[in-house]
Write a protein that binds this ligand. Structure first.
Ligand code: SF4
Length: 171
């Protein structure tokens, strides 16, 4: 059968973004779905934030782990809920052989997600909170951002890592 790979739900066309929209990736649906069986997940919906919802962003000082706070209402702190649902997902889905991520998201971004200083200015960059839980729970899991799949080298590299990881897990 096909290899099970997780994917940020908005990339498959599910209308789970903060504004009720999606970020459907034709490439993922048309090409990658030929070899992978997608397991969709939206950590922000799983955390009970709702659709539509207050957009969140990462906030923190350079020497501390960022928190996920409401962009317009910083009293909304989704950090603990996002970390909890992410860890639970990672524990319950150890059959996954990779995860395809939506870039730039405070939850799903793999890297270079903006972190805002508490004074409101963009300051540093980090991974999203869901990605942090994936890496903590299963450091070997191959990860890639959908946007980077445009690069043939990165795309082939990700697919090769998924197959190698599957071989290793099933041997
Ligand atoms: Fe997409 Fe992840 Fe944002 Fe959900 S949390 S809308 S899956 S980027």
């Amino acid at each position: 059968g096909k290899i099970p790979v997780g994917i940020s739900a908005c990339l498959t066309g599910q209308k789970v973004r903060y504004n009720g929209g999606h970020k459907q990736s034709r490439y993922c649906l048309d090409v990658l779905q030929d070899c992978f069986e997608f397991k969709t997940f939206c950590p922000e919906v799983a955390a009970g934030l709702g659709i539509p919802r207050e957009p969140i962003r990462l906030v923190g000082l350079p020497d501390e782990l960022p928190r996920a706070l409401g962009t317009n209402d910083p009293s909304l702190d989704a950090t603990d809920d996002l970390l909890a649902v992410g860890t639970e997902f990672a524990r319950q889905n150890r059959d996954l052989r990779g995860f395809i991520l939506m870039k730039g998201s405070p939850s799903c971004g793999m890297e270079r997600v903006k972190v805002y200083h508490p004074n409101g200015m963009p300051n540093t960059a980090d991974q999203g909170l869901f990605v942090r839980t994936l890496r903590q729970t299963n450091p070997e899991l191959p990860l890639e951002e959908e946007a980077r799949m445009n690069d043939a080298v990165l795309r082939e590299n990700f697919i090769a890592r998924v197959f190698a990881y599957d071989d290793w897990k099933t041997s």
